[in-house]
Design a protein around this ligand. Structure first.
Ligand code: ACO
Length: 320
């Protein structure tokens, strides 16, 4: 019997502190008009001093567990995608495990920057299909406000904080759940999007650095290829997809991919205007928003895609 990885729930949250473009214009040489025109971003949310990636993630995970109507004691795998862990170690996944009171299980972090949630779908799907887990909790969380270079106006206006969580369960239902994953990385481009330091490089956390135009040049091509390959792998025609849930980095990238693949704009979920780029939480926040608006429903065919530092990129096709 073939095992399927069913996405039982997917929920997301932001911190409460809303930061408008105009507020940022008070601290760096920028303007609401420039940010909106070049990125589509109008606002984002930042953690308070008391919040961390694990506290945000725990809030999102509680919602996902409740929505999936599952007992937290039955979770046997926690995968947390983050580039902004609370601590260098232990894994943020174990902090979330403790906060939720989940008994002994498998728990670890993965690091694929903005592609983290899509990579997480791949990791959880593989572990479920290998029989290593039955009830998984996948989390994507980042608090990039903590690693922003406030002297660099080209990056500090782009990012926000947030968390998303999905309960993914093993099932014998066919043609449902995670249908295909495509995951890619090309380390030759690690220098165009990175953090300046880290535990072993300089014993410091470091600040985010991005050569925006260089990253932009790869985005449309890489993401489009991943979408096409993912559809081929699942044996699905791109026209059959109900919703595209892209990583929310820049509205111009989303428009570029839609144009290249002739995807009708009403099928593309766009929330970069309200969340900014929330890295590993981004696709979960976009999905959650569309779900609350009544757009995405059970039975829909949904394509998630992302590209981030590494460079990493990928796509996942899910029948809800
Ligand atoms: N406010 C005002 N002016 C600015 C700002 C700002 N915040 N930032 C840059 N500028 C200026 C520049 O100095 C430049 O001025 P100049 O022409 O006098 O030299 C001008 O605006 C144009 O700058 P560009 O860098 O050419 O702007 P661009 O149109 O490329 O937009 C951006 C920059 C938004 C970063 C874009 O390149 C982008 O979105 N890149 C891709 C980001 C991405 O996809 N990231 C992937 C995931 S992120 C992750 O994994 C962590």
């Amino acid at each position: 019997m073939t095992i399927s990885s069913i996405v039982s729930s997917l929920c997301a949250i932001t911190p409460d502190r809303l930061v408008t473009n105009n507020e940022l214009a008070n601290i760096v040489d920028t303007s609401d008009a420039w940010i909106k025109e070049r990125t589509g971003i109008e606002q984002r949310y930042f953690c308070s001093d008391l919040e961390t990636s694990s506290t945000l993630a725990t809030r999102a995970a509680k919602l996902a567990i409740e929505k999936a109507n599952i007992d937290a004691n039955d979770i046997d795998l926690i995968v947390c995608a983050t580039s902004t862990p609370d601590r260098t170690f232990p894994a943020t996944a174990t902090l979330i495990q403790e906060a939720l009171g989940i008994p002994v299980c498998i728990a670890f972090d993965i690091q694929a920057v903005c592609s983290g949630f899509v990579y997480g779908f791949g990791v959880v799907d593989a572990m479920i299909k290998a029989g290593q887990a039955k009830n998984a909790l996948l989390i994507g969380v980042d608090s990039f406000s903590r690693i922003m270079d406030w002297a660099d106006r080209t990056t500090c206006v782009l990012f926000g904080d947030g968390a998303g969580a999905a309960v993914i369960r093993a099932s014998d239902e066919q043609n449902k759940g995670i249908l295909a994953n495509i995951l890619r990385a090309d380390g030759r481009y690690n220098s165009i999007l990175n953090v300046s330091s880290g535990a072993s490089l300089g014993s410091k956390v470091g600040k985010l650095h991005m050569e925006g135009q260089a990253v932009f040049r790869h985005a449309v091509t890489n993401i489009s290829e991943a979408i096409v390959l993912c559809c081929e792998k699942a044996g699905v025609n791109i026209n059959e997809i109900d919703w595209f849930v892209p990583h929310q980095a820049n509205k111009r990238i989303l428009d570029g991919v839609a144009k290249k693949l002739k995807i009708p704009e009403e099928k593309v979920i766009i929330t970069v205007d309200i969340h900014g780029n929330t890295s590993a939480a981004s696709v979960a926040l976009a999905f959650d928003h569309a779900q609350k608006e009544g757009k995405i429903k059970k039975g829909d065919l949904v394509l998630f895609e992302a590209m981030g530092g590494g460079l990493t990129w990928g796509a996942t096709l899910v029948r809800l």
